[in-house]
Design a protein around this ligand. Structure first.
Ligand code: UD1
Length: 344
């Protein structure tokens, strides 16, 4: 029997594209909706190059209700994975309305369409940002949520609450909210990876661009934090490992046993790694030096956060498996491929 059709919003993006590949590997038919706000239409060819299957594709903005209604009329969607969102913490502080509009209206439209069409399953991309600066690490799913430190973080908190309210209203929705820690790396094929528009905000794309000479030097933001080596600590999770968790989450929300349920899972490795440890691991794994300098702290950065993934391990049967060196080699391989193609 054919498997249920999965709608992946933002499926041409970084985590979305890796997830589509994993869904296809598990024989799920996928429809991507994307407006290429922070991605590239060639990603569709690249997904096909990896999996041998071209996903269905609709070019649309998820805040456009008319386009969403047509999409739901045209396809028999059984489950949604919602990646479509803005995600730059700094930009959200400067342009909060853009973040509230894109992230909240997208989810509201999808929830309305799900009710209209009886779509059962929702997997939502959330973030460790909901924990703010935690009092203790690792954080578990029941660690108290702190007031968000950015509009971006606030949109994730509001979206989580909105989903919980809709599930509680008894429309028959099953939802899983996945709180990602810091996704890094690329597909081992080097065919898809992270390609931020312009100057990267995130550590690993900036680091690989500096290592290849496309940027002068990586600024390491702060070396005077209250951590063992003075650098910020994060939980860096391999993007392919992360993508695989979505397949498990889809299976969970499509399972009738989990009707009218909302569950939250941390997706991390359980290990905190400092920014300097990550740079050193990259140099060890690739033999390539990273030009860096110590710079002042970046406003809004959390000092340390890493997650306890045992709930996802136990209930989703998922765990982070890829050693960090391999993840960093994949990130470097992707960077080399971008150079070969003359992109960076
Ligand atoms: C943030 C959000 C996360 C969000 C992600 C998406 C928080 C706690 N986390 O992650 O929810 O999903 O952005 O973009 O708000 N660094 C440097 N030099 C650089 C870039 C980064 O030293 O050029 C350092 C940062 O200071 C930080 C670490 O590297 O300590 C990771 O930064 P980054 O990759 O930007 O991710 P987060 O800010 O942790």
């Amino acid at each position: 029997m054919a498997k249920d059709q999965i709608l992946v919003t933002g499926g041409a993006g970084y985590i979305g594209s890796h997830t589509v590949v994993e869904l296809q590997a598990s024989d799920y038919p996928v429809v991507i909706v994307d407006n290429f706000a922070n991605s590239d239409r060639r990603v569709l060819d690249r997904i096909e190059a990896i999996s041998g299957v071209r996903p269905e594709f609709v070019e649309a903005d998820c805040t456009d209700m008319t386009a969403m209604r047509k999409l739901f009329d045209d396809f028999d969607i059984k489950c949604i994975i919602n990646f479509a969102a803005d995600k730059a913490v700094g930009e959200s502080v400067k342009e909060p309305v853009k973040y509230y509009r894109n992230n909240l209206v997208t989810l509201m439209n999808l929830l309305d369409m799900m009710r209209e069409h009886g779509t059962k399953g929702l997997v939502f991309s959330s973030s460790c940002t909901v924990y703010g600066e935690p009092d203790e690490n690792p954080v578990a799913e029941n660690t108290p949520i702190k007031r968000a430190t950015s509009p971006y973080g606030n949109t994730k908190q509001i979206c989580e609450e909105m989903i919980a309210d809709v599930v509680a209203s008894g429309v028959g929705l099953n939802a899983v909210m996945l709180r990602y820690f810091n996704p890094i790396g690329a597909h081992p094929s080097g065919i898809i990876g992270e390609l931020p528009n312009g100057v990267p905000n995130c550590l690993v794309p900036f680091m690989t661009q500096a290592a290849i000479g496309a940027r002068d030097v990586l600024s390491v933001f702060g070396n005077d934090y209250n951590t063992p080596d003075g650098y910020c600590i994060r939980d860096f999770i391999d993007v392919v490992d992360l993508a695989k968790a979505h397949v498990a989450a889809v299976e969970r929300v499509l399972d009738d046993k989990n009707s009218a349920q909302v569950e939250v899972f941390n997706l991390g490795t359980g290990k905190g790694v400092s920014v300097m440890e990550l740079i050193t691991a990259f140099e060890r794994a690739t033999g390539v030096k990273v030009p860096y300098k110590i710079a002042p702290r970046r406003n809004g950065d959390v000092e340390k956060v890493w997650g306890d993934p045992s709930k996802a391990n136990d209930i989703l049967g998922w765990r982070a498996e890829t050693p960090i060196e391999e993840t960093l080699r994949n990130a470097w391989n992707w960077q080399l491929k971008l150079r070969e193609r003359g992109i960076i």
